[in-house]
Design a protein around this ligand. Structure first.
Ligand SMILES: [Zn+2]
Length: 178
């Protein structure tokens, strides 16, 4: 990422960070999600609070996201608002050894890394709450589309070119949105 990219606002300095508690907060709008080509979120008002507890090379990160986001109905494109309240946890380890493996819970960064950009962490945490059925019915609205509903509609929508390829999306398929 370039130094003056719009992502720079989400850089957390690592070398200068002493042990202890550190707090960061962000107000995410549609502009934030616009930074990600794959994002299906068009508008948002999400307050994000990031608490980091550092002990040496280990950073325990707790991310809380509260607000609403908007997506277009998969059938009629009408904007739909969905609430979000998310608590995510991530451990960042600053080590050069290759023995540790990155996972959903652990992020390994080189020990000499100057900063950590938290935009991706926030983006993924929020997108995990993306509704499986982003359609008017889910928002208790009458859909403008005259097309009969079928699972095929949903399938087409989810596998479109704009769909993220993040493997964590697979976990969405197991989530039961009632
Ligand atoms: Zn609709």
């Amino acid at each position: 990422m370039k130094a003056h990219s719009p992502f720079a606002a989400y850089d957390i300095p690592l070398q200068a960070m002493p042990n202890g508690e550190h707090s960061y907060s962000y107000a995410l709008s549609g502009d934030f999600f616009g930074l990600f080509e794959a994002s299906l979120i068009t508008e948002a008002q999400i307050q994000v609070d990031l608490e980091i507890r550092r002990l040496g090379v280990r950073l325990d990160c707790n991310l809380r996201s509260v607000g609403t986001f908007q997506v277009g109905c998969a059938r009629c494109l009408e904007p739909l608002a969905f609430p979000i309240q998310d608590d995510s946890h991530l451990v960042v380890q600053l080590i050069d050894s290759g023995s540790e493996v990155n996972s959903d819970e652990i992020l390994v960064l080189p020990s000499g890394e100057i900063s950590w950009n938290v935009a991706q962490f926030m983006y993924e945490s929020i997108h995990l709450h993306f509704p499986l059925r982003a359609v008017c019915d889910e928002a208790a609205l009458a859909c403008q589309s005259q097309e009969p509903w079928s699972e095929q509609n949903l399938l087409t929508y989810q596998t479109s070119d704009n769909a993220p390829t993040d493997p964590r999306w697979d976990s969405l398929k197991q989530v039961n949105f009632q």
